[in-house]
Design a protein around this ligand. Sequence first.
Ligand code: ADP
Length: 414
Amino acid sequence: MTLYRISEVTLTASSTERAYQDILEELCKATAFPIAAILRFDPERDRLVVTAAWGLPTDVARVEMQVHDSLAGVAVRTGQPVAEFNAGARREMANDLLHDLGIQTYLAFPMVVSQEVAGTLIFAHTQAMEPDRRLVRWAESLANGVAQFIDRVTAHEELKESEQGYRRLAEELQQANLELERFAYSVSHDLRAPLRTMQGFAHALIQNFGDRLPGKARDYAQRIIASGQMSEILIRDLLAYSRLSFEDLELQPVALTKVVEAACEQLEGDLKETNTDLAVEGDLPQVLGQTTPLVQVLANLISNAIKFVPVGRRPRIRIRAEENDRWVRLWVQDNGIGIPTGQEDRIFRVFERLTEGGARPGTGIGLAIVRRGMERMSGRAGVEAVKGGEGSAFWLDIPRVEGASKGAWRRKKS
Ligand code: ADP
């Protein structure tokens, strides 16, 4: 009956302390001992610590005693129950807490978990009395049950503590990251003004004094302007990337046809200049996202598809959508130079480029914007090689809109 009550108590108690108290109360009721306590063994310090007590003054909690000069310690050392019916007379146990409380009858049962003594379960009485043997045997097995419960609770508490620790650490890291991004954002932002001044003066130098400058000096001024422009692009991309991290993005239904239209409009000059053959296959559905970052993400993919083609090849881009019950997958397939196997993840990181400068200038931030933008819109992005052909097929998984209609895409004629 008591074992049943104890398991009930351990399941329903509001806290571990409460559970210990309830267990001890139940045990006292069942054994008619007025005092019971759980002492945990700390092997590193060779001490016993009062973890919970029933029928004793509250200041007993957390009292510690040496294993070697306490009666309870005998149970820990030997792994056997200790029964003392005239404890007050034992002078060598004078340090024992229960001795000070005028205890006469004293039973200490080792609490064994995984063959190790984890502590002792104690029953005590201020009167001398001889408990019956059945009770002693029963209490002995009960002590192990309590030990197992404590073991479980401790493991659970440790797990909870480490979980809380990890969560705290993740939050702190996230906060630190955000602060770092804000810092990067404001530094990038503030770099713009001196950069523009520099470019402005280089322009003025050429305009106002160009005819008086030797050819080499004019060339230097031109280089200042070109480097300034490159820095401006880099800062623009960095700002776009970090803005994506802390901007609030409220997701709403967006028609993918409009997104494709806007991205093509943005890149109109490049598309014309490279005579790119761009087409959308099939209808495009609505998605849950935000127009501006979606256009930015798609424009980056199209711009790369135009840029990374072998010299002399006409860029060909095919856009199509696939749907499953959770996502709309938007494919942007090109006929370009392709991504070497094993590099598919690397190219989505900031400043990672597989080709250096030359005919294909860039900052290495475009695909990082793609990935971050998608993550911020609860989506994801990736790339696959084109099966049995040349080029790459980039994909965006975007949350779908329930019951949304589809729209046919028409390229605006200009
Ligand atoms: P950027 O275009 O400024 O170099 P991105 O982050 O957009 O930076 O792309 C990173 C790298 O991934 C590129 O430098 C290129 O090596 C590779 N890459 C991106 N898109 C393509 C593509 N469509 N085909 C082949 N390689 C690509």
